[in-house]
Design a protein around this ligand. Structure first.
Ligand code: SF4
Length: 418
């Protein structure tokens, strides 16, 4: 496998990492037994297990370095050997045999520390660590299942709906999800952030098409961009009069929460309304670090919604989604979408039956707050856009009205005027 250390150098070389001002720290007695450098640093809270994890796996690293997002990226784990050193498990056969054009393996040290808080069979391992099943291509699986290439008028733009566009600003992520819809475009060989100049055609396209009022910035993960590049992007989009809202799709609060610096919030606030769609998979991702990141974003006045992919053996239980969605609301993230897993190559082991998603919505609706019930959608293969799937709540429609079925299976009639 190629060296990602070489690959990601340009990603961090121009960072303007601004130390955060102090925020409350979670302290625990465990800190007293470690040396000074591993006491909680003043810029981000951490789980009690983190100092021990650092001492074992990143000796001589201070908590202050640990809490630097650029340190996290520079020290990403991307080889079977390193994974084995940390978890004592052998995954090398799979990681070493990933084809060159395949989605590579990479997790941040933070995410490795999160995994280390759970047993090795915890579902979160499957979301990021390659499994042999992903090397087998199943029926109907395609590289670009949503056929986004067909709706790409200029590089980096997908224009499928009349009033909004997807702007894929980078192919880089802090960690690579094994079920990624855009695995065909992220992290390809020698992939680094593209230059800001290469965005110009896309920005000109948005400026020239006055019906575009909503721009979704995605990738890859836009929050892996440096503060400077992110500000360049936001300021150019905000300068277009007809762009009303800017949305950012990101998994950063889950895999690299320390990226949510005070400076990042300061930049985003300047270009409001900016919203964020946060990618979650499991309630155990809601660590103290991730909760801090979400709270910082919410405090910055950024409306937050979640998007999750329904994954077999990871989150395909009502109780899992109930816990996740209730936890998200506590950090002011509105559960928004559950996606049926897209048929990318090697995804059969992740894909559930469609009825599983409907069952989950049925199991949530009425049994928890309405705010905790997202839409279950299928992004139609071939490019038909998102189609919501609603549980059967209408039994019949006749002259007496509509017979509705509530969450307990009881029938009620809503009278309609003839
Ligand atoms: S963060 Fe998003 S774009 Fe990146 S690998 Fe995960 S799903 Fe794909």
């Amino acid at each position: 496998m190629k060296s990602e250390m070489t690959m990601i150098t340009p990603l961090v070389s121009e960072e303007t990492s601004v130390p955060d001002s102090p925020v409350p720290i979670v302290s625990g007695s465990i800190f007293s037994i470690f040396n000074r450098s591993l006491r909680p640093s003043a810029n981000f809270p951490c789980d009690d297990s983190v100092p021990q994890f650092i001492r074992k796996n990143f000796p001589k690293t201070s908590l202050s370095d640990w809490n630097s997002w650029t340190w996290q990226i520079k020290n990403s784990i991307h080889t079977a050997e390193r994974l084995k050193e940390i978890f004592g498990e052998s995954y090398e056969n799979v990681i070493s045999s990933l084809p060159d054009n395949h989605l590579p393996f990479r997790i941040t040290p933070y995410f490795a520390s999160l995994l280390s808080r759970f047993a090795p069979n915890h579902p979160l391992f499957r979301t990021m660590i390659p499994a042999k099943e992903e090397l087998t291509i199943g029926n109907g699986e395609k590289n670009d299942p949503l056929n986004e290439a067909n709706d790409t008028p200029v590089p980096h733009i997908v224009h499928r709906y009349p009033d909004r566009v997807l702007f894929t600003v980078t192919g880089v992520c802090a960690a690579y999800c094994r079920y990624c819809t855009r695995s065909h475009m992220v992290a390809k060989k020698n992939k680094t952030h593209v230059s800001t100049k290469s965005w110009d055609t896309a920005i000109e396209y948005i400026a020239a098409n006055k019906q575009i009022r909503d721009v979704l910035i995605s990738g890859g993960d836009p929050l892996t961009l440096s503060d400077n590049r992110l500000e360049y992007l936001l300021s150019h989009l905000r300068a277009i009069p007809h762009v009303e809202i800017i949305r950012i799709g990101t998994k950063i609060p889950v895999v690299l929460p320390m990226r949510v610096t005070k400076n990042l919030i300061k930049i985003v606030r300047k270009y409001h309304p900016v919203m964020m769609s946060l990618h979650f998979s499991h309630p155990d991702e809601l660590s103290i670090e991730t909760r801090e990141a979400c709270n910082r974003l919410a405090d910055g006045g950024i409306p937050l919604g979640s998007q999750c992919v329904l994954l077999k053996g990871v989150n395909d239980q009502v109780e899992t989604f109930k816990k996740l969605n209730q936890g998200l609301l506590k950090v002011r993230v509105r559960p928004y979408y559950i996606y049926q897993c897209d048929p990318i190559p090697g995804s059969a082991h992740f894909r559930t039956k469609v009825k599983k998603g409907i069952e989950i919505i049925q199991g949530l609706r009425g049994f928890t707050s309405g705010y905790a019930v997202p839409y279950f959608v299928i992004d139609a293969p071939g490019g038909g856009g998102k189609i919501p799937l609603l549980p059967e709540s209408i039994k019949s429609i006749d002259k007496d009205g509509i017979t509705l079925i509530n969450y307990l299976g009881k029938e009620y009639i809503y009278p309609e005027e003839n």
